[in-house]
Design a protein around this ligand. Structure first.
Ligand SMILES: [Mn+2]
Length: 248
């Protein structure tokens, strides 16, 4: 029976030499969970770089897109919270697979529990330079300029940029909780739960799998990543949200 809620983030497909293996394993997990998965929430950065042009799409990632289309056709509702690496997906996955796209964190109820979920970049506003760059990348002007340049120039450049940024992020922050005052997602979640009660805050982006209470009633869960940890989270109604590791 389809009753579970599943969260996965940060596969960064297209980066590294093991991207095909990573994609195959991800599809293996998705096929495994499909019969019981009512709602799948992809928490962003599933692709290391993507740009949806008006008439063409970038090469690659066919297995994942096919598997998602198959899951959607079999009745799983799929949500995608765009990350800082795949913010230019636009409506491609919605048109191809019926995936519901989100660009900001959202709150929803599932099986009597309330969830606040999103990718996690730029929250807490700890980094002004990041806010500026992110604002620029999200602007229509930047997107229009990018779309007008030939992909032979822009795609290799964007892939390199994306890869360098990710490497920097992983070197600085990976596998380490920076402290309540330096974790933007935690700061943001604590602000939000004061306004409106939430049982689980579930985010990606940090590449650090983590389950941690942030109030008497609210738990913060970071899905870690599919890039290195192969972690994901599953909620079965009536039980607690579990952070799991994939075993092939
Ligand atoms: Mn990210």
């Amino acid at each position: 029976m389809k009753q579970n809620l599943v969260f996965i983030s940060d596969a960064h497909l297209g980066s590294g030499t093991d991207t095909l293996q990573r994609e195959r394993q991800l599809c293996q997990l998705l096929n495994q969970i499909e019969p019981t998965c009512r709602t799948l929430v992809l928490l962003g950065d599933m692709f290391d770089f993507w740009f949806t042009y008006r008439h063409v799409v970038p090469k690659g990632h066919t297995r994942l897109i096919g598997t998602l289309a198959n899951m959607a056709d079999k009745g799983t509702e799929i949500h995608f919270f765009i990350g800082n690496h795949d913010m230019w997906l636009f409506d491609y996955l919605h048109q191809e697979c019926g995936i519901i796209m989100h660009s900001e964190p959202e709150r929803f109820t599932f099986g009597e529990k309330t969830f606040l979920v999103g990718h996690g970049d730029g929250l807490g506003h700890l980094d002004r330079a990041y806010d500026f760059v992110s604002h620029f990348f999200r602007s229509r002007t930047c997107q229009r300029l990018f779309s007008m340049l030939p992909p032979a120039l822009t795609i290799p450049f964007a892939r390199r940029w994306s890869n360098n940024n990710k490497r920097k992020h992983l070197q600085q922050d990976c596998d380490r909780y920076l402290g309540d005052d330096r974790e933007g997602i935690v700061i943001y979640c604590k602000q939000q739960i004061e306004k409106c009660s939430v049982d689980y805050c579930v985010f990606g982006h940090r590449h650090t799998p983590l389950t941690m209470p942030i109030s008497n009633t609210c738990t913060y869960v970071n899905t870690g990543d599919w890039l290195t940890h192969r972690t994901y989270a599953v909620f079965i109604p009536g039980e607690t949200l579990q952070l799991l590791s994939f075993e092939s």
